[in-house]
Design a protein around this ligand. Sequence first.
Ligand SMILES: [Fe+2]
Ligand SMILES: [Fe+2]
Length: 254
Amino acid sequence: MKNLCLYDDGEHKYYLLGWEETEEGGLVPTNQYLIVHGNKGFLLDPGGAHVFPRVLANVSEIISPKNIEGIFYSHQDPDVSSGVTMWLSIATNAKIYISELWVRFLPHFGVYDKRRVVGIKDKGNVNMNFSGYKLDFIPAHFLHAPGNFNVYDPISKILFSGDIGVSVLPFNKRVQMIEDNFGELLEYMEGFHKRYMSSNKACSKWVNMVSKYEISIIAPQHGTLLKDKAARDFLNWFKNLKCGVDIIEEFYGR
Ligand SMILES: [Fe+2]
Ligand SMILES: [Fe+2]
């Protein structure tokens, strides 16, 4: 699928980058997002080494990688961040933004230049200034990583939610975005959230916090985007979800 523009007011744009056209054996499919303001770009979870050529091609259709000023990583997982050295070598003016918990792990991916890495403190960072616009880095800890952040864009009102709100759909059932019928997506969401999310305490804390934002779209790192009513329905479901340590007996099986 081609790049999908989710928001465009002429100056500010928000893209879901294109998906691979064929199933890539056993690979978890991932979503990558690009915010463009004027001629500057900001990448959200651009993904692992395996998808780098495809994501770079998608980005290059929209802006020059040299104009990327920031790359955000919601957490440390390989499907999120293992392409980091490739991006640093191509997007030569970009800084990396990631939880300060993971900064010391980046050298394991081959990142040694600390001047290009900004560690996000646990409380997050609202009103982060980029070229002519602001972003909020908001905490989403233990959902699932212990150091984990979302990005809220006040212009488009899109919440990039990382691994929160993801759906794991069979390749032939992939849908880019829904507004209604959230219930039909649940069977592709429930297992992942119950196993990966840490506890209802973390879920409800996060829902209370993000509910203060006006949200047009919840944009997760995997699967279908949740627009308007579907976003609200997801928040209501997630707020009450029992998961992780709440149901730990299920995972031990004895
Ligand atoms: Fe993850
Ligand atoms: Fe993920």
